[in-house]
Design a protein. Sequence first.
Length: 212
Amino acid sequence: MDSILIAAALDTQVTGWLNNFGPFIFYLFVWLLVFAGTGLFIGAFVPFVTGDSLLFAAGLLAATSDNLNVAILAVGVGLAAFFGDQVGFVLGRHYGRPYLDRRNGLRLRSAIARSEKFYANLGWWAVVVARFIPLARALVPAIAGIARMNYYKFLWANLTGSLTWGVGLTLTGFYAATIPAVKSGAYAIASFFIIGSIVAGAHSWISNRRVS
């Protein structure tokens, strides 16, 4: 119920953005919020304002406004999510990890070692799945950077998760304006994707354990 009320409030809010500032500023404002959700870690504090509900509300508005192009909106959201994660990863690698390396303690050393092993084996799946989990999407990119996950593996996982989440959920909101069942179906699709990713990740983990 709370998520529904938040989504309704956001729908009213984003409509006000469009009416007050016009389509260009509207695009920029939505993209900036999506970027800030992970690039500036704002999603750790206000996940609904920078996440799924925002995308649904923006997509719904695009379906009812002649001033908005849903293709521009959706692609921009996907790219904003991608670059936000990239910034989070770089901050974790270049600032978070050196900070932790200056700290001593067996527990900290053990936690870092476990994180490095996890992201080496299952990091791709963790980054993709995290896009669909509010708090995880804000923290996982930085943690992957701290754990020194392979950059190119992170890049590919980030591109996959960001575009699937950003473009997919924005378009879902767009079509939900005329096909209400689409919105409910979107959660089933997202759940299927997440469960599938977890199963595949678990299989990869078991395979790695057997090899080692």
